[in-house]
Design a binder for this molecule. Structure first.
Ligand SMILES: Cc1ncc(COP(=O)(O)O)c(C=O)c1O
Length: 448
């Protein structure tokens, strides 16, 4: 059967038909011998090729915050595609791009009032790092080129994001990265905070490591500190109480920009538009993507303070202020999807809904404490992570088997090594939360 026919039908793909697609971040050979293919999605559920309905415990990949197939978003994309399929934003643009930037600035913390559009979280991070260096140079501090990030951080797959990444397996195989980078310790210390609910009370002092790094490098060489306010892919580590405040204070005292990477936490994940709103700490730049369009069209952005934007709006008015941008920055389809997604978030009050249901989510997650193999459980907003004791001699096997059993049982969760990660659409209901954690309990009881 030709590949095109196979792809459009519900007939399982042959190995040959799967050969050409090199899947990202996937063990390709294993996947192709036991593929997991979806052909539909609606609300909280995926529909697998074999017809099984799978409850989406990951909002796709931390991104479908309003649930799948939101009619308003679908309609907006279809209408836009028929009306204006594409216009570049290099020296031209379209009205929806301006409207969207304004709407995002409205829900961002006050003072963050300009948006640079990208197409992904990775592009947002690389863009933010470039803006940070550009900002200092524009102000006559070209020596500020260094970035400080954190162990266990995930900042995407671009060279900049990889350079500030704190996950060794992501960095290891690719040769020299940006040399001017240093890392803070991560904030997870199970001895002090295992099974803490929400923000751990221990650990604010870890932000003081920034002072030590500044003493080594000299503040005049540092452009920005970049952190995920809640470490996401690295294992869901909510910030210790007071930690982000302290980072903010040290950055302010030393003329350093603070970047929050909110690619996961943006658009409601922790019960507010951004984690910055939820924690009451305002960075100079926010990177975002994922939930921006409810993942229906790729889009990302960097939300920038007036201070940063104004510093770069210098020089003759006929010169480009920042030599940076992407063909698809502010793509009309993405803007239409994002505007509709913001309408859905607002009309269904989904950020408030996430905040309302978070205590129930927390209770359900922590009720697993007595299940087999569990060594830690963490949660914040509608995020949770469950650490399993690794099986002797086979690290990661228990996590993978547990996620696989959940899938066979009709529940999509994610395993990163022996950590189970959960991030459902914000529309998840009480019974679905109960069913999801019951499935995890069954899987834990079944894996050796
Ligand atoms: C915090 C963070 N930054 C950046 C990225 C990269 O985003 P993308 O995969 O859209 O490039 C991710 C992706 O999960 C992320 O979690």
């Amino acid at each position: 059967m030709p590949v095109s026919q196979a792809a459009s039908s519900n007939t399982p793909l042959t190995r040959e038909a799967m050969e050409a697609f090199w899947l990202p971040m996937t063990p390709n050979r294993q996947f192709k011998s036991k593929p997991r293919l979806f052909v539909g999605a609606e609300g909280m559920h995926y529909v697998a090729q074999d017809g099984q309905r799978i409850l989406d415990g990951m909002a796709g990949l931390w991104c479908v915050n309003a649930g799948h197939g939101q009619r308003r978003i679908v309609d907006a994309i279809q209408t836009q595609a028929a009306k204006l399929d594409f216009v570049s934003s290099f020296q031209m643009s379209h009205p929806a791009a301006f409207e969207l930037a304004g709407r995002i600035a409205q829900i961002a913390p006050s003072g963050l009032d300009h948006v640079f559009f990208t197409n992904s979280g990775s592009e947002s991070v690389d863009t933010a790092l470039k803006i940070a260096r550009g900002y200092h140079r524009a102000r006559g501090e070209a020596s500020r080129i260094r970035f400080i990030s954190r162990a266990k951080a995930y900042h995407g797959m671009g060279w900049g994001g990889l350079s500030v990444s704190g996950i060794v397996r992501h960095r290891r195989d690719f040769g020299p990265l940006l040399p001017e980078v240093d890392h803070l310790s991560h904030t997870h210390n199970p001895e002090q905070m295992a099974f803490s609910r929400g923000q751990p009370s221990w650990g604010a002092h870890l932000a003081d490591e920034l002072e030590k790094l500044l003493a080594i490098h000299d503040p005049s060489t540092v452009a920005a500190v970049i952190v995920e306010p809640v470490t996401g892919s690295g294992g869901v580590f909510p910030p210790p109480v007071g930690y982000l405040e302290r980072l903010r204070e040290i950055c302010d005292r030393n003329g350093i920009l603070l970047i929050f990477d909110e690619v996961i936490t943006g658009f409601g994940r922790v019960g507010a538009a951004f984690a910055a709103n939820a924690f009451g700490v305002t960075p100079d730049l926010i990177t975002c993507a994922k939930g921006m369009t409810n993942a229906a069209v790729p889009m990302g952005g960097v939300i920038v303070s007036g201070k940063v934007y104004d510093a770069l709006m210098a020089g003759p008015e006929n010169t480009i202020e920042l030599f940076h941008g992407y063909t698809y920055s502010a793509h009309p389809l993405a803007c239409a999807a994002a505007l509709a997604a913001l309408d859905v978030y607002q009309d269904l009050a989904l950020f408030e809904q996430a905040r309302r249901i978070a205590p129930l989510w927390e209770a359900a997650a922590h009720a697993l404490k007595d299940a087999p193999h569990i060594i830690d459980i963490r949660n914040i907003g509608l995020l949770a992570a469950i650490d399993l004791r690794p099986r002797d001699g086979a690290p990661g096997a228990r996590g993978a088997e547990c996620a696989s059993r959940c899938y066979d049982d009709g529940f999509l969760i994610r395993a990163s090594g022996d950590t189970l990660l959960l991030s459902p659409p914000l529309i998840i209901e009480e019974e679905q939360i109960a069913a999801l954690f019951a499935a995890i309990r069954r899987a834990l009881a079944a894996v050796g």
